[in-house]
Each structure stands twice: as C-alpha cells, then as structure tokens.
Design a binder for this molecule. Structure first.
Ligand code: ATP
Ligand code: MG
Length: 587
C-alpha cells in the first residue's frame, strides 16, 4: 500500500550524513558476528555492558559529559565519562564490600537522579543483575517485583523508602541491603538501611570489571502491563551488541550528538536508550528529572541544543494537545532527528512534527522482550506516515500465521495481516520470562519469535501495525485493528486521544466502540459525537467505523504512556480490572 502522503527525504534533511544510507547493501553486509567483533570485549573473551559503555569510553572521552541532569530545583549537574567510570567503580566496590556479586539481583527505585544511573552501571560492572523500577510504583508492585526477582539489594531514596518500602520490608524476605540516597532531607539514619553516600565516600576508585560472558544475565525488565500482568524479561550482557548497532542505525547517533531520550529507566527504553546506547556512542545525554511539561520540553530542546530526540506517542499527543503557539516561541535549529516508540504513531502525529517542529517524527517498533529497536524509520529513508518502518540490519522480520499444530507459516505476499514474527538470534533477545518458562516457550515456533502484535508488510517492505493480537476486534466477519480506527478519529481537530475496543454483540460478534478525549476548547456534546461518528464512517466505511463513541476526560494509560484498551473494555463490560500495577495514577 503506497501512502499518498509519503514524506520524502531531501538533501536538506540529511545535512549530517546518516549512518545507514544504502538500505539493502547495509543489510546484506551486516552480521552479528562482525558487530560483536567490533566491541572491545573483555580480556578473557567475555563481554560486559558497563565495560563497553563506560570503562572503554572513559579512556578516550574522560573529560566529555556523558550525562547532564536537569531539574527545577537547581543547576544542571554534568557527569563526565571519566567521573562515571570512577563512580561506577566505587559503587561496584560498595557491593563487593557487602558480599554482593555476580548474578545477585539489585533493584533500583528512584527518580531520574544520578545515583540511579551509577547504580545501574555499577551493578553491571560488578556482574550484578539490575532491575530499575518506576519510582511511581506503589508498595505492592514493588514488593511483587522484588520477590519475583529475589532481590538482595535495593537502592532507593529516603523519601521513597519511607513511603513505599519500610512497612513492607518484612514481605520481601530476600532483601538484605537497602542503600539509601538522601534526597529530600529525610536523612539516611534509618534503621535497617545503609547510607549510600557514606559507603561511596570510603570506597576505592579502582575496581576491575567482573568477567561476564555474553550469556550471563545482566538486566531484568518488566513489561508495561498493557495486556495483562507484567512479565519479567531476562536480558544478558551480550545484548550490548544490539544496543550499539541500533544506536547506530535506528537513532543515527554520531559522536558529537546531544541526545535526549525522554523514557524513564523503569521502562526498557529508558535503559537500553536512556543509559546504554548513548554511552556506547560517546554522546552527551540529557536527563530531565521532571515530569512532562510542554513549555519545559521545548525549552530543553532549545537550551540544551538537542540534536537527536527519542520520545513516545503519548508525549507527542500531549505536545499536540498543548497547541502550536508554544513551540513558536522556541528555536531548536540543531535538532536533526526525532524518533518515537511505545505505541503506534498516528500519521497525524508524524505530519504534525513536520509542520510544527520542522521535522517529521520517525516511528520505530520493539518490545521489552526484543531488548532493542527491531523495525524503524531512519533518517535516510522516506517515511510512510503510519508505518513503523523497515527491519534493521541483522533483523529478519516476517508476517506469519499460526497453525493448529503449533507451527507457523510465513506469508510471502504483501499487504496480508498476520502476526509479526522475528527470526530468533539477535543478541538482545530476551532469554526468558522470570519464573515463567512455559510462557516463554510459547513465544517461539521453530526459529521464529512470535511478538503477539498483528501487522502487515507492504510491497516496499514497510511494516504497518494493526493492533495487539489481544486487542483486535472481530466484527461481522471483519478483523479490525484498533489503530486504524484511532488514527482516523485523531484526524479530527477536536480529538486529542482515542482508544478503541470491541464490545460483544449478539449479532455481529463485536461492535467497535471508541473512547475519545478532546482537546481544550471543544465541548463533549451530542453534536460533536454525531460529527465524529460521521467523520469516522466517511474515512473508514460503515463496517469498520465505530458504532458508539464515549467521551472521557483522559484515557487510562500505563505509566509508560500506553493506552490500556483492556481496561476500557473491562470497565465497559463491568468486568474485573485485572493487574493495574502499572496504571497511571488517577486514570
Ligand atoms: P505487556 O506485554 O505487559 O502487555 P507491553 O507489551 O505494552 O506490555 P512493552 O514491552 O513495553 O510492554 O511494549 C511493547 C509493545 O508496545 C509492542 O508489542 C507493541 O504492541 C507496542 N509498540 C511498541 N512500539 C510500537 C510502535 N512503534 N507501533 C505500534 N506498537 C508499538
Ligand atoms: Mg507485551
């Protein structure tokens, strides 16, 4: 399917020559073995994420800023590559002093403060498995995850400990050490905890990297919980090869970039691309401690002269909702590439980027399970708005159909909807769901990893997201992807967000119902409802258009910003809400 609104790249878009210019040539020439050989590696033949990201880089970039932390409460704090190497060595020494070593599990519960980044990289350096948690999680989801991961150590702040951990401590029997960061003046003289700053102050700056092998477990990441109870995906040190390759191809990182990944490290994007990939490319990363604020964000793009920006559809929708007047007050001529992940990016949002920010937004697709970007729109290639792009070098994707006997068949023809599958074997592929072996096995059929997402591939090899397998609506013999319906509604000027579900119906199986939140200045009245129903029918045809539209002030979302259709459905049908541990507060 060729999109009439194709966004063509011109020479002006490419003033910085993209890392990936010859689509087929690069894909043919690429091999994971060669990519692996391009990493430093450890003396004994192993590989360690922190060694590649920090130790190796500090040798040549010691004085360069690795992370710049921004907050409302004080000046920016820069940490250079050399300082990061020293701090992570100290942190690893702190762990060694406590008898915490390779394979032990450490959780971090903190906002985007320097200590979180030091703890993650210091743990990796020590061979200790690390799992960053959303700081906004409540006590229950924290305890569930720490228990599932058998956490021995927790790094957190005085305030978070008091509010969310202290009373629950006896429900986390594996937790031996709590390292406290004095954050909000609460002090660290708290029984049962250790003062991290005090331990760091007396720890040595020298600490050899613990030898780790490519298959040693490095990170434990929980999925977003959009479709059900979050799963703990196991990732290994060898994943760093994918972090490097995808930083190069999908984010087009160049050594002189100033990069801003807006994701929190409590979600895999905030670790793979908020911590690891930018360090591998020796760039300076901007890290903002504060929550979303349109004015502030445009200010950051301007003041920090961000060149590459990686964000999410939910943030883009919020910027769109905030209107075009604010960006007009800011200038960010250095910005050269914008990418987005996490949810489908409506064509409307891609075009909005081009009009209001001066650059289109490049959608890319991946999952907690894949550990890194798999399918992407990248700087050199034309964009078909609404498509998530094409597979990166080293990634073989396909549309498959599941068979009764558990095998799959690959669909060769273009434009056929089916399940998106990836040929197993890229380095950052998850190695298991923690304590759920059976569930893990079910994700594979022969060589194929089955993603649980439905998509189609067009004749040019671009992939189009249709919906989660769980969210697809079956109505009068049609399979309807919610994304298509939501995108059509988003084209209407009144619509800020749309979430679409199938509502059981005795005649047609399911009818399409849409939940819509409006932009400021529009009234949720009957006239608008009729107008939206008409608009959708004209765009989609009667068979696919929603039969019902309900207005909500905001849609329920995960803390990583994804619309929770299962919750819209459960509430509509009066069913139990299921696991809501990742639900955004107040939603
Ligand atoms: P859970 O697995 O717990 O239900 P989740 O799938 O939302 O949660 P993540 O691993 O954070 O957890 O998200 C990956 C999913 O997000 C993908 O499987 C896909 O459904 C969706 N997604 C990510 N990027 C895109 C994109 N560019 N277009 C469409 N969907 C996307
Ligand atoms: Mg998932």
């Amino acid at each position: 399917m060729d999109s009439p609104s194709l966004i063509r790249k011109t020479a002006a878009d490419l003033r910085v020559p993209p890392n990936w210019q010859d689509f087929g040539g690069e894909r043919r020439a690429f091999s994971w073995d060669a990519a692996r050989a391009g990493m430093a590696g450890l003396a004994g033949g192993g590989i360690n994420i922190a060694y590649e990201a920090v130790e190796r880089q500090a040798r040549t970039l010691a004085g360069k800023t690795a992370f710049r932390f921004l907050s409302r409460s004080g000046p920016a704090r820069d940490i250079g590559y050399g300082e990061l190497a020293r701090l992570t060595a100290r942190f690893a020494n702190v762990l060694r002093g406590l008898g915490v070593g390779k394979g032990d599990r450490l959780f971090v519960l903190a906002g985007r403060i320097p200590e979180l980044y030091v703890a993650v990289l210091g743990s990796l350096r020590n061979g200790t498995v690390v799992s960053p948690l959303f700081s906004a999680f409540g006590p229950e989801p924290i305890a569930t995850r720490v228990n599932l991961g058998a956490g021995r150590v927790l790094v957190t702040t005085d305030a978070l400990y008091a509010r969310k951990v202290a009373q629950w401590r006896d429900r986390m029997p594996t937790l031996e050490h709590v390292l406290l960061v004095a954050e909000e003046g609460g002090g660290t003289a708290v029984p049962g905890t250790l003062d991290l700053a005090a331990l760091m102050a007396v720890a040595g700056d020298e600490c050899p990297v613990t030898p780790t092998a490519a298959e040693d477990m490095a990170l434990l990441h929980f999925t977003s919980g959009t479709t059900g109870t979050p799963k703990g995906a196991v990732h290994v040190h060898g994943a760093v090869v994918t972090h490097q390759a995808t930083g190069r191809y999908a984010l087009d990182l160049h050594g002189d970039d100033t990069f801003w990944c807006t994701a929190d490290p409590g979600w895999v994007t905030g670790t793979s691309y908020g911590i690891i990939a930018p360090l591998l490319h020796g760039v300076t990363s901007i890290i903002d401690r504060e929550e979303f604020d349109a004015e502030r964000w445009y200010g950051i793009l301007q003041e920090q002269a961000v060149t590459v920006w990686y964000t999410a559809p939910t943030a883009i929708r919020m910027l769109m909702k905030a209107g075009a007047d604010i960006p007009r007050r800011y200038r960010f001529p250095q910005l050269r590439f914008i990418a987005s992940v996490g949810e489908p990016l409506n064509p409307e949002a891609v075009r909005w980027g081009k009009e209001v920010l001066g650059l289109p937004i490049h959608d890319n697709w991946w999952q907690t399970e894949t550990g890194g970007i798999m399918i992407a729109n990248t700087p050199a290639f034309d964009i078909k708005p609404g498509s998530m792009g094409r597979p990166l070098p080293g990634i073989e994707a396909a549309i498959v159909k599941r068979q009764e006997n558990g095998t799959v068949t690959v669909v060769d023809e273009p434009d056929v909807e089916g399940e998106l599958a990836l040929k197993a074997g890229w380095p950052s592929m998850f190695r298991g769901y923690l304590n759920a072996e059976e569930r893990y096995r079910k994700c594979f059929a022969g060589d194929w990893y089955l993603t649980g997402d439905l998509a189609r591939r067009d004749a040019d090899g671009y992939y189009w997201f249709v919906g989660r397998a769980d969210d697809v609506i079956k109505s009068a013999g049609h399979l309807i992807g919610p994304f298509e319906v939501e995108s059509a509604l988003m084209e209407h000027p009144a619509v800020a967000e749309a979430g679409v579900i199938g509502k059981p119906d005795p005649v047609v199986g399911e009818v399409v119902k849409a939940f819509v939140s409006l932009k400021a200045g529009f009234a949720a009245d009957e006239a608008l409802r009729m107008e939206l129903l008409g608009h959708a029918r004209k765009r989609l045809g009667a068979a696919v258009a929603p039969k019902e539209i309900a207005f909500l002030p905001a849609l329920p979302r995960t803390r990583s910003g994804k619309i929770m259709r299962r919750l819209l459905k459960a509430r509509e049908l009066g069913l139990p809400e299921g696991d809501v541990s990742t639900l955004e507060a107040g939603a």
